[in-house]
Design a protein. Sequence first.
Length: 273
Amino acid sequence: MHRAYRPPHGADVDCRSPVHVCRARGVFVGCKTGGVTQTPTPHVRVEGLSRHFGAGESRVEVLHDVTFSVARGARCVIVGASGSGKSTLLNAIGGLDAPDAGTIHVAGEQVTGRSPRELTRYRRAHVGFVFQFYNLVPDLTVTENIQVTAQLVRRPLDIDELLEHLGLTQHRHKFPAQLSGGQQQRCAIARALVKGSDLLLADEPTGALDRHTSQQMLEVLDDVHRRYGATLVMVTHNEAITALADQVIELRDGRIVRDRLNPHPLAARDLDW
């Protein structure tokens, strides 16, 4: 049975304080509703995370004692140059890679230290991935690519509704090779959302797109975040994209050099490239 998604309790609250607008409940410290100060509710908590590859002289330290948290319903952008550890960090949060030290908690449950079977259940229940390269099945149509993921859960979102929201209804019977890059990325986003995932992980989602299509794609992600209320963690090398984030984390050589909240995030359509 398909279902229409309902944002988690408190999402899409537009609680205005003298300082800023809180787009999702508890995203910012000091956001007040009815005179009561709300504290952030961590959806993702990373503590002391370290990761290396290789051994001996070929050993490469990719992540060094990384610690941060992301509030439920927030848009977090992790920015850094190539090789800074962004994708490794995202893969660890998504349960695709195991760190050498440290812990990760998502929605109050520990992700690190789980068995492969438990990690599969975690990804199936909580995580939607959007990759730079779309990883669509070439011999399946748009609808069929989404259905493959929908079959993993008992109550997927309504596919027709997703296709309409993402502007793919007229392309639903096309194969990936018949789609533009932007349309393929929209299909990948629909596939990530159809499970009703509460955590959306996006790895350089505009990396393979031109500037115009990148702008459109960020507008889609902006709309998806607003409409479905999922927590969004995106990694990118493009500093301009940080302007749309509620939280910006800067990585350099596997270390966090800055972790800041953005009290006035822009809409994607207003980004200055």
